[in-house]
Design a protein around this ligand. Structure first.
Ligand SMILES: Cc1cc2nc3c(=O)[nH]c(=O)nc-3n(C[C@H](O)[C@H](O)[C@H](O)COP(=O)(O)O)c2cc1C
Length: 208
């Protein structure tokens, strides 16, 4: 059964551009993949604590030596990792916040980077274990950070996610950014006109 993991991280729900794009991707992907399964993971609605000393200790404890308390500490992380392993494909809705990813997404990343589960060290070199997966990142930003512009160096969203998922073994990645949302917020363009080319690009990619 083709399985898609859908991860949203904007807290703005009804007005979020990245949510609208990723929701649209899911609808198109479902139509193109009969008998599919979609796992929904809304990071704004998932209570994830920042890493603690107890979590780090549990993370590096061999599975058969974990105490009941440590198993509890790792329970959410185990669930989030299981979602990544189960899915064949991932789609992320990502707002740019302060030139980087939102804190909710970073908290999730800190839970899913698990040695022995999502990456390993083989002969001293890191090896991603999420192989054979495909990921699409649908990013919304107020500004425009096109390659070869002066602003490109301010964009820490795409380079960070590209590096991280490469590290985890996800080789087939697509990044699509709806840049210039501030024009929408200032009333310089209406939402429908702004979204039309982005929704068309997302639909084309979801069906590919
Ligand atoms: C707290 C906050 C920080 C933001 N920081 C940036 C930024 O650094 N660069 C940028 O281009 N846009 C920034 N924006 C604009 C958002 O990226 C833009 O509104 C985008 O549409 C948010 O995604 P969403 O619509 O899916 O919530 C910021 C918006 C907020 C609310």
């Amino acid at each position: 059964m083709p399985t898609l993991l859908h991860i949203n991280s904007s807290p703005l729900y009804g007005t979020s551009i990245s949510r609208q794009l990723s929701d649209s991707f899911v609808e198109q992907w479902k139509a193109a993949n009969p008998g599919e399964k979609v796992i929904e993971r809304d990071l704004t609605a998932t209570d994830i604590d920042p890493l603690s000393a107890a979590f780090v200790a549990a993370m590096f404890t061999p599975p058969d030596a974990l105490t009941p308390d440590q198993k509890q500490i790792l329970a959410l992380s185990d669930t989030l990792v299981a979602e990544l392993i189960e899915a064949d494909e991932y789609v992320f809705g990502v707002p740019m916040y302060n030139f980087g990813v939102p804190a909710a997404l970073k908290l999730w990343i800190d839970q899913i980077c698990r040695v022995g589960k999502t990456f390993a060290y083989v002969d001293g070199a890191p090896k991603g274990l999420l192989t054979g997966k495909k990921a699409t990142f649908l990013i919304a930003s107020g500004g425009i950070y096109d390659a070869n512009t002066q602003m490109a160096s301010y964009n820490f969203v795409e380079p960070y996610l590209r590096t991280l998922f490469g590290f985890l073994g996800v080789a087939d990645v697509t990044f699509y950014t709806a840049g210039g949302v501030s024009a929408l917020n200032h009333g310089a363009i209406d939402r429908e006109t702004f979204l039309a080319p982005h929704l068309a690009a997302v639909a084309k990619h979801a069906k590919a």
